[in-house]
Design a protein around this ligand. Sequence first.
Ligand SMILES: [Zn+2]
Length: 560
Amino acid sequence: MKNIPIGQHLIEKGLITEEQLQQVLAKQKESKGKMFGDVILEMKLVTENQFSEVLAERLNIPFVDLDKAVLIPDVVKRIPEDTARKYNCIALNKVGRRLTVATSEPSNFYAMEDLRVVTGCSINFSMATKGAVNRAIGKMYSAGQTDSIVEEATKQKEEEKSLEDLANEASNDRIDNAPIVKLASTIVADSFRKEATDIHIEPFRDFTKIRIRVNGDLIELMTLSSALHVALVTRFKILSGMNIAEKRIPQDGRMSQVVDGTNLDLRVSNLPMVYGEKVVIRILATGDMSVRKITDLGMTEYNYQRFAACLKVPQGVVLVTGPTGSGKSTTLYAALGEIAKPNLNVITVEDPVEKKVEGINQCQINEKAGMTFDAALRSILRQDPDIIMVGEMRDAETAEIAIRAAITGHLVLSTIHTNDAASTVTRLVDMGVQAYMVATSLIGIVAQRLTKVLCPDCKKKRMSRPDEDELMGIDGPIEVYEPVGCPHCNNTGYRGRTAIHEILLSTPEMAQLITRGAKADEIQELASQQGCKLLRDNVSLLVQQGKTSMDELIRVTYAV
Ligand SMILES: [Zn+2]
């Protein structure tokens, strides 16, 4: 069994075809020196979990899903952190003098020997994915360290020279070891491990509060002595390329940091407040993270069919709409990933370029240098594009050029800030685009929101009430679930979010209605008749499936 190549194994399991195997092998040959596993994962033919499971079976060792496993701090600490990171491994169980260790590299016998010496135990390997081991190491070893880092930073504050002086001395060693530097990177790492999207560093009179946004809500990460505020803010300003001497006007910048093997792309903005500068750090989709497929975004099969139909039309406008942070650009990137073919010229104009996509020409807006959305769009049209993605239709000029481009034979994808699909049409007309132009160019509109997903480890079952059945539009009662809170979900009761959608498709009747300047509710009514399912219908479905709570349905229904 051991001698069968892993590729053959994957075919036997029905995970890939012979043809796909040949493609992987060809690509591996081209890459000169890449591992088979790395290549097949890059090509997204199998998931990391699937690959590791098959590999485990081939090596005849157990596979463990570390994201779900319960890890015991005392056992984990049998392996020192640097050793765990060196071999990408984490201790799972200890029975007598036998230690079970999860690793992504179970064939590394040198690692096994080293671990045996370091721990004084005999070692059994289990297989886990590299990503999961990295995450587990980050979570388990970081716990409890933050307090001592904060303490150290506070204690040394008085005697420490300012970071500016340190920077001038150009002694990198000293800078890396400065407590405030450790604190800054710990804040980012902790936030990322808690799956935060934003970090807020807020100055008050007597203290500094650090809050993070998780699943859309702000939660408190830590409170620091205000003596640390200036040094901490200065650190982030240096890292993100801001002018540290300037403290009176807002600035923004970018930085990156590697946490548990993931390269984070961070957008930093600062704003002077009464008690000092407030810093907000947005944790953007990582620079090297692959583009997700549309089917991974949580779109229902019904909506996916409608969306896919939009993307098959060679010319016209497809709009994705929703509030900030609703995952619009993730959807657009996924759509681009689906339609970008080598024989098509795909150009994007974005602010900022959030994710670099292979095979696509991406253009970054730079207002200061005169590279505005409309200027960029005008030049792009001279570059013989087939598909154009406009990051956002933020003004009338951009909207009009984009719509003209669509009418003259291009597929244009863009986002716009509106609440629902129907009001997007009236919004464009209000911006000054002629109604008939909207009608002629429009292919479809996808309205999107994110809704919180209940933590599967602690959600609690109950029967629905009559008023709730009415809200869901069903005959009840049925089983629904409520959030509770447990260690797996930071006591929030929710783990992660999923996107919900409302997709309006343009039809000849719809175009007529738009041309004659119809109001949003008339457009909505026709859309519903033609099969457009509302955002709240999608949440209602998720409630019925036990994936989200009644609170989320109420939020989506009334908070529009
Ligand atoms: Zn939970």
